[in-house]
Design a protein around this ligand. Structure first.
Ligand code: ZN
Length: 207
């Protein structure tokens, strides 16, 4: 099958929590009125773990780019990913970096997915992920910037430009938007739906 995915590399953005200490500066929601707060790196890991469970059940091979809670550099992530990609076959490996978005204006919201600049194989997966996410979140907003969108934002993503295999980065809604944060990111059901969309995309490229 063309564009078949035989190995999925899962990158959970940022660091997690070690002894109650969040490992990454910023990258968190405001403290909401009820005292709750979302830490992106923690949430990214929960979504990644959910996706890994689904892949395991389906017999799809995957590797974690970042194990544990430490925040490793983007360069390290790329090196680890590239070693796996070379081992398992560059063209049949897909790198997925899982994130959520943030902005100074709390009204900013929606879902988006990034690839490196220009038309590459990554765009095929990103477009499919967009389609699958839209299916599971029909009432949500989908932001342009997919594929060949905003080049400034795309260019920043080392994990997309330096990886040797196809690579995508999903911005799974805004943690700075109270509704998206509390209703999607901070609920098990919401995170599972995000993972499911990624899973459905991957399954579309299985033999
Ligand atoms: Zn992030």
């Amino acid at each position: 099958m063309e564009n078949e995915i035989r190995m999925v590399l899962l990158d959970a953005g940022h660091g997690g929590m070690i002894n109650g200490v969040y490992q990454t500066a910023g990258k968190r929601s405001p403290v909401w009125a009820d005292g709750s707060q979302y830490f992106e790196g923690v949430g990214n890991r929960l979504i990644r773990d959910e996706l890994a469970k689904m892949l395991k059940r389906a017999g799809v091979r995957y590797k974690y780019v970042n194990e544990g809670q430490k925040d490793i550099s983007l360069r390290q992530r790329v090196n680890i990913a590239n070693a796996y990609a070379r081992k398992y076959g560059i063209s049949k490996t897909l790198f997925i970096s899982i994130h959520s978005d943030a902005f100074s204006k709390p009204s900013a919201h929606g879902w988006s997915c990034f690839t490196s600049i220009g038309q590459t194989k990554s765009d095929i997966y990103a477009t499919d992920l967009y389609k699958e996410t839209l299916e599971l979140f029909p009432d949500e907003r989908f932001r342009k910037g997919l594929g060949d969108g905003d080049p400034d934002k795309e260019a920043k993503f080392t994990v997309l430009t330096r990886t040797v295999c196809p690579a995508i980065l999903s911005e799974n809604f805004f943690m700075t938007n109270e509704r998206e944060c509390k209703e999607i990111l901070m609920t098990k059901c919401g995170r599972r739906q995000i993972a499911k969309a990624h899973f459905n995309m991957i399954m579309n490229f299985q033999r």
